[in-house]
Design a protein around this ligand. Structure first.
Ligand SMILES: [Zn+2]
Length: 525
């Protein structure tokens, strides 16, 4: 069977999309998981973007030794040098350079002509080869590039020593037949292409990313670029789990093998959602909550007789739990710890005690916990790496008399800071308190509240996204008090932002923040 290389770009294409910002600690955790999963190449970042991005790449390159670490560069000397710096301690490093080749991009994005673009590709591929024997070139927007010019551009990169040529469907525009034909044409017409690995990179704007990636493989691609849960710019990238399982289940149609351990697909998907606070849509193929759920009576009847009646793959084959209900109130601490470890969330010591207490409380209420719930509880109790602030008190009062009021006490390096604020509702008031202490006001751009157990005293999960300096960060917390959980989720999102800064503003003087006058006018006894 022919070997297909899996190039994961969750940490680059995925991370740059809204809501998926991660701290470098979290990026490293995901990179290690991708290595264990069996990804051949991990695109770790874009080192020229900032010194934090560079440090993040270096961190991964030092600690992830089995997978090749790729870094992205525009066709500019400084970008390529930043990649080289990012990779200097890597076991195996790849410099990935890109330049748009469609007339639309050349004219309106870059403001250069075709000749200048060829010169840039020539110069940059040559420079990248000085730093690495492993160089990938991507003619961005390849699927909307004039095919004759695409062949010229690719030829230049191949002549200068590019070892992988990636032909991206940057805007998710191609049809499977067109995309396959493009690979066949490039293979037939570019001299020396047989020494080069061809690669597909597809976006999902029309929902065709996975279909297009598989069509590219049929057209001769031997590397596929993809992301966990299909995250990425706009509608996302081709999803790793869907590609892998299509190859696996339909191996008679796609006779290729990869290095991926399919049993780690589900835990990896769960880890990404947990780290970013962005869940997977329930009906998502392979990893969605409903991917292996059978609701209709007829289907259930069939499944009980023989699972193959309605299942083309087993949940076990992707590491998903066979049943949603796993543990009950008779389960001991060890069982909870073991189940969490199976799910890729090993906990021990005091964290395990907290998780177990919460678990028991939920069980006493007569509800059962799903794997999702268990992970949420575990993550909420896992202390974030060196949080700059800890919450020691949240008190809010709200009701028909408005505005709401709140007091929040935070500690930082042994010092205590208290703020009081009024707000349009208690969540607004507690967030304002936190802003007035940290001095880093954030705008909440997404807020979700979900009960993870039953009853009026249900544990609720708050997940929110905040926008600070045009970057989004997510936070999540679980608790029966939704205001307090909101405060913790908010602080955790703000802390992620602070963790990306080399310097954090000193805490602000305790303050009382008054809301705008209109809010009082609305007050009703
Ligand atoms: Zn992309």
């Amino acid at each position: 069977m022919k070997r297909l290389l899996i190039f994961d770009t969750t940490l680059r294409d995925g991370e740059q999309s809204p809501g998926y910002g991660m701290t470098s600690e979290q990026k490293l955790q995901l990179a290690k998981q991708l290595e264990t999963l069996g990804v051949d190449i991990i695109e770790a970042g874009f080192p020229a973007a900032s010194s934090e991005d560079l440090a993040g790449v270096q961190n991964i390159a030092r600690q992830v030794r089995k997978s090749t670490i790729a870094t992205l560069a525009r066709c500019s000397d400084s970008d390529i040098e930043a990649c080289a710096k990012g990779l200097d301690r890597a076991e195996r490093g790849r410099i990935h350079i890109f330049l748009s080749t469609s007339d639309l991009h050349l004219e309106h994005k870059l403001g250069i002509d075709r000749k200048t673009a060829l010169d840039k590709i020539h110069r940059s591929t040559r420079l990248a080869r000085k730093y690495s024997n492993d160089v990938e070139f991507s003619p961005e927007d390849a699927t909307r590039t004039d095919i004759e010019y695409l062949i010229q551009a690719t030829q230049v990169a191949v002549d200068e020593g590019a070892t992988t040529i990636n032909l991206p469907d940057t805007v998710g525009y191609a049809s499977p037949a067109e995309y396959r034909a493009m690979f066949e044409t490039v293979r037939a017409r570019v001299r020396g292409i047989e020494k080069v690995t061809l690669s597909a990179h597809c976006h999902n704007d029309l929902g065709l990313a996975v279909a297009n990636s598989l069509a590219a493989v049929e057209g001769g691609a031997r590397q596929v670029e993809c992301t966990i849960n299909g995250v990425g710019e706009r509608a996302g990238n081709a999803s790793l789990e869907e590609i892998i399982m299509a190859l696996h289940v339909r191996n008679n149609v796609y006779p290729y093998e990869t290095g991926i351990n399919t049993k780690l697909i589900y835990p990896t998907s769960q880890l990404l959602s947990a780290l970013t606070g962005v869940g997977v849509q329930p009906n998502k193929a392979v990893v969605g909550r409903n991917a292996f759920a059978h609701e209709s009576g007829v289907h259930q009847h069939g499944i009980i007789k023989d699972r193959r009646t309605y299942e083309i793959m087993t949940p076990e084959s992707v590491g998903a739990p066979p049943s949603r209900l796993v543990l009950g109130r008779h389960s001991g601490r060890h069982a909870v710890a073991a189940r969490l470890a199976d799910l890729g969330h090993a906990v021990s010591g005091t964290t395990l005690n907290h998780v177990y207490d919460r678990f028991l409380r939920a069980c006493e209420l007569g509800t059962s916990l799903t794997d999702d719930d268990l992970i949420q509880i575990a993550l909420d109790n896992r202390p974030p790496p060196n949080p700059p602030y800890t919450i020691t008190l949240v008190q809010a009062s709200a009701g028909t008399v408005r505005p709401a009021t709140a007091t929040v006490r935070l500690t930082r390096e042994g010092q205590t800071y208290v703020a009081c604020a009024l707000g349009d509702g208690p969540v607004d008031a507690v967030c304002t308190c936190i802003d007035s202490i940290t001095g880093h006001p954030a705008r909440v751009v997404g807020y979700e509240l979900r009960a993870i157990s039953e009853g009026r005293d249900a544990e609720a999960e708050v997940s929110l996204r905040v926008l600070i300096d045009e970057r989004t960060f997510s936070g999540r917390a679980v608790g029966t008090d939704i205001v307090e959980a909101s405060a913790r989720a908010y602080l955790s999102a703000v802390s992620k932002c602070l963790a990306t800064r080399s310097q954090i503003k000193p805490p602000q003087v305790p303050a009382v923040v008054l809301p705008p006058r209109e809010m009082f006018a609305e007050a009703r006894p």
